[in-house]
Write a protein that binds this ligand. Structure first.
Ligand SMILES: Nc1nc2c(ncn2[C@@H]2O[C@H](COP(=O)(O)OP(=O)(O)OP(=O)(O)O)[C@@H](O)[C@H]2O)c(=O)[nH]1
Length: 874
């Protein structure tokens, strides 16, 4: 078809021949056969329409399920990523005229990360093109060898973009919105998408309503002052209805409807709220007389966002050979006069908002101005839904070079709306509406200008006969674009899901074995740590106990517990200083014992150091390489350094065996430290043969008897020589006492005994420097073998070796436990982190799998919907 040819009555489509006008004409000729044929043909058109409508209805219903499913999935399971495709570098450079299939894919929430993909455009029906993305792998040849895009399938990069699900569908702010979006988070993008999907669902439900709606709504829109109101008047055959002026006038939408819908009463309904209008409910609108229309539409207070007006008009064209388009007798048509587009951006937006309820867009353009920027924007956007527009180039009478004007305007239409251009002969009209509108009431008013008459005929055909195209077409177009968008979303998200699944699985194959190994080695580690703690603590306990015991034994022999630097037994000061001597001996002995304790502590430090090193070794072997090792440095000198004051809780255990020399109770000297009579008697008696069972009772023995005195001396003697010597001496004494009963011996025994006693005393005095340390040591040994020597506390009842060993081993255990605790914590954290990684990776794997099957399902559903719409030649 030529883009433009001289007007002819063949009208918009061949099926127009079957329309009511034709039927009417044939009936008038009285040809019943022709009439029947025409009726059958009309029925065919209706059947065809209904069949297509039902298929489309099903496709819309399925699309609603598809979008709702995607919306829920996006909200509950997987934040759907929003892709953006750009020509890959080098694939569509300025040098190369045609772009290749290679693109750079980025996601709105992560604009800096990109991946090279190949986009496949496969035509699946007359309108629909399947878009599928695959990632470029290393084996993919370089871009220049990619097949160039077939221009006939319109594979420009524009087709890579979203149309109905575009998140930045904000006219005039496109670029700004894009930069804004790049700064949004994944969740924000997903919620923007959620809004878009909700809007799409609303739109789909409106589309469904519309395809079942018997009324066809025609929106007359275009630039300011282009002559929209004049055209509406001309079409209505009512020059006075819509106010016209040289200056911008119409401020709000005016829908002109047949008065038959209002009980044949002409009036205006001023709607309170556009979406709440209910003709039977008078509270939703205010009634105004028709002659108030000019005042209302030109009211400066109102604007395009004000609720629309509904104007009910009676048919004034009865009897005219060209009846008004409103009264065609088949389908109810309403005309909507819109405010000029380029008044402000609100109007453009408002015009778009009305898109979903209108069936046909009549775009009025002033022949003098051609298409302005706002007109281009509108047509471009409207094209997403309405591939065909009805374009009226008005004020053509004022153009001198009409051919040039036609050429320029058609060229612009070719760019803006290719489908309209294809049918330009029927869809693009160059007219003078004013002449028609003004000439209505003239004498020959029913004789409409032929060009305008052709416009009307085409418009009527476009609306009525091509109802499928005007009513179903936008719905089909919308669904087609929606499917393409959902497909692009799904395709891009499949790539994301695959990537995420791969990443999750890689992570799992790395971390899961690590976790298993850690879990397996957990018991072994625990055992090693406990064993090491027990070993070191036990060894420290037994070694310290032995050391103290050895020290005490030495002390009991009158020696120092251990040779200690700067410590030695004092020199004997003489008989008069025995008391001080005993005190000093005791102090030195206790200090040497303190020294032994400190040696035991040092030994425990060494043992602990080895133990801590072993724990570090165990840690090194059992912790994974990436786990940070303990940065604790063990300082053995810090052990035993805090001398905690005894509290009720530790009952002095912490201080056991410390500072023995400073314990007044221990340091005090008493007489028995100097002369241990009881000890010597005990020794003496233990050497005598037992007289009676009680003879060993030290308490009942009285030292005041003479025998007792003798025994004292013998006891003193017994301090020297060996046991057999003592025994013979004692036997001698017994022998002497036996002599006493002999009268001949009695006269010389007394002096002998006197000499012996004096000798014994002299001997005892002589032996004091050696016997005092022994006495002191023996007493200390005896005391510290049953008590720890600590201040009054529970611990004081424990023998010193046990008490010291328990204190030292307690401290060692504490240190070992800290080291083991640190390792256990690191181990636990290592297990925990890995378990978390495993859990989150498994979850990511599950979600990615879910996403993959969801998007696979989306793909299948898209295929099924396309199948329903296949060959739906609307
Ligand atoms: N010569 C000539 N004048 C026209 C034609 N169409 C409209 N006019 C005049 O242009 C002026 C504006 O026409 P309107 O119909 O008010 O234009 P509009 O597009 O409805 O204006 P707004 O609603 O304000 O945007 C009026 O004075 C009309 O008489 C035409 O085809 N030829």
């Amino acid at each position: 078809m030529q883009p433009f040819h001289a007007p002819s009555r063949s009208a918009y489509t061949p099926s127009v021949q079957d329309d009511s006008t034709h039927v009417e004409k044939e009936s008038q000729n009285g040809s019943e056969f022709a009439s029947r044929l025409a009726r059958e043909a009309a029925d065919g058109v209706v059947r065809d329409y209904e069949e297509k409508r039902d298929r489309l209805d099903k496709a819309i219903e399925q699309s609603e399920y598809l979008v709702a499913g995607l919306k829920n999935f996006n909200r509950d399971q997987w934040p759907v990523r929003y892709p953006s495709l750009k020509p890959a570098e080098g694939s569509s450079s300025s040098g190369s005229a045609r772009p290749t299939h290679r693109r750079t894919l980025t996601y709105a929430d992560e604009p800096t990360k990109s991946v090279d993909v190949v986009i496949e455009h496969t035509p699946v029906s007359r309108q629909a093109v399947r878009r599928a993305l695959t990632t470029v792998n290393s084996s993919t040849p370089a871009s220049p060898s990619f097949p160039p895009v077939d221009a006939s399938t319109n594979h420009s990069t524009a087709s890579d973009d979203f149309s109905v699900l575009k998140l930045d569908l904000n006219l005039g702010a496109t670029r700004h919105a894009k930069t804004l979006i790049t700064h949004l988070e994944k969740s924000s993008i997903s919620s923007l998408l959620d809004n878009r999907l909700s809007a799409s669902l609303d739109h789909l439900s409106l589309l469904r309503k519309r395809i079942h709606d018997a009324q066809s709504r025609v929106l007359v829109t275009g630039d300011l002052n282009a002559g929209k109101s004049t055209l509406v008047n001309a079409l209505l055959r009512r020059p006075e209805v819509m106010p016209t002026d040289q200056q911008p006038l119409t401020t709000r939408f005016v829908e002109v409807v047949s008065a038959r819908e209002n009980g044949d009463v002409e009036e205006i309904h001023v709607l309170d709220q556009g979406d709440k209008y209910e003709p039977s409910d008078k509270s939703t609108y205010t009634v105004q007389p028709i002659d108030k229309l000019e005042a209302i539409v030109s009211d400066e207070e109102s604007d395009a966002s004000s609720p629309p007006l509904r104007v009910f008009l009676r048919d004034h064209s009865e009897g005219l050979s060209n009846p008004s388009i409103l009264h065609n007798g088949v389908v109810d048509i309403s005309l909507i006069d819109a405010p000029g587009l380029n008044r402000d951006s609100i109007i453009t937006t408002a015009n778009f908002a009305r898109q979903e309820e209108i069936d046909v867009v009549v775009f009025v353009v002033s022949a003098a101005n051609h298409f302005t920027l706002s007109a281009k924007e509108f047509i471009w956007q409207a094209g997403h839904e309405k591939a065909h527009l009805f374009i009226v180039v008005n004020r053509f009478d004022q153009i001198k070079d009409k051919e040039k004007c036609r050429r320029i305007v058609l060229e612009q239409i070719k760019q803006l709306s290719p489908k309209t251009y294809e049918d330009a002969a029927d869809l693009v009209h160059f007219v003078d509406s004013a002449k028609v509108a003004l000439g209505i009431n003239d004498e020959d008013g029913d004789e409409i200008d032929e060009t305008f008459s052709y416009l009307e005929h085409s418009l009527r055909s476009f609306v009525l006969v091509n109802r499928a195209k005007s009513k179903l077409g936008p719905a089909q177009n919308y669904v087609t674009h929606l499917l393409a968008d959902v497909e692009l979303l799904a395709s891009a998200n499949v790539l994301v899901a695959k990537q995420e699944r791969e990443a999750a699985r890689n992570e799992l194959s790395r971390v899961k074995p690590e976790l298993e190994t850690l879990n397996k080695s957990k018991d072994g580690l625990e055992e090693n740590l406990v064993n090491e703690e027990e070993r070191v603590t036990g060894e420290a306990a037994s070694r310290s106990k032995q050391a103290i015991q050895r020290g005490l034994e030495r002390i009991s022999r009158g020696e120092m517990a251990a040779p200690a630097p700067h410590l030695e037994l004092p020199p004997y000061p003489g008989l008069l200083g025995v008391w001080d001597y005993a005190t000093e001996v005791k102090r030195v002995m206790l200090a040497s014992l303190d020294f032994v304790v400190s040696l035991a502590e040092s030994d425990a430090r060494k043992l602990t150091t080895q133990g801590v090193d072993t724990i570090f070794d165990i840690g090194d072997k059992s912790l994974p390489l990436d786990v940070e090792r303990s940065n604790r440095v063990f300082n053995p000198n810090a052990m035993f350094s805090t001398r905690i004051k005894p509290s009720r809780r530790n009952s002095g255990v912490a201080q056991v065996g410390l500072g023995l020399a400073k314990q007044p109770k221990l340091a005090d000297v008493n007489l028995s430290d100097i002369l241990d009579i009881q000890h010597h008697l005990f020794l003496a008696r233990s050497t005598l043969p037992s007289q009676t069972p009680q003879s060993s009772d030290l308490v009942s023995f009285s030292p005041e008897t003479s025998l007792g005195m003798a025994s004292l001396a013998v006891g003193a003697f017994s301090l020297v020589g060996n046991k057999s010597g003592i025994r013979s001496l004692v036997e001698n004494v017994v022998h002497v006492s036996e002599l006493a009963s002999n009268p001949s011996a009695r006269k010389w025994i007394a002096p002998i005994i006197g000499v012996m006693a004096a000798g014994a005393v002299a001997y005892v005095i002589y032996e004091l420097p050696r016997s005092i340390p022994r006495n002191v040591g023996r007493h200390l040994h005896a005391t510290l073998s049953v008590t720890s020597g600590a201040e009054e506390s529970d611990a004081s009842l424990i023998p010193l070796p046990e008490a010291v060993s328990s204190r030292i081993s307690g401290e060692v255990r504490k240190v070992m436990r800290i080291g083991a605790w640190d390792l256990r914590e690191r181990f636990r954290k290592a297990v925990e982190t890995r378990a978390e990684v495993v859990k989150s990776s498994e979850e990511a794997d599950r979600k990615a799998g879910l996403a993959l099957s969801q998007f696979e399902d989306v793909d299948k559903r898209i295929g099924a919907i396309r199948e329903i719409m296949a060959d739906l030649k609307v």
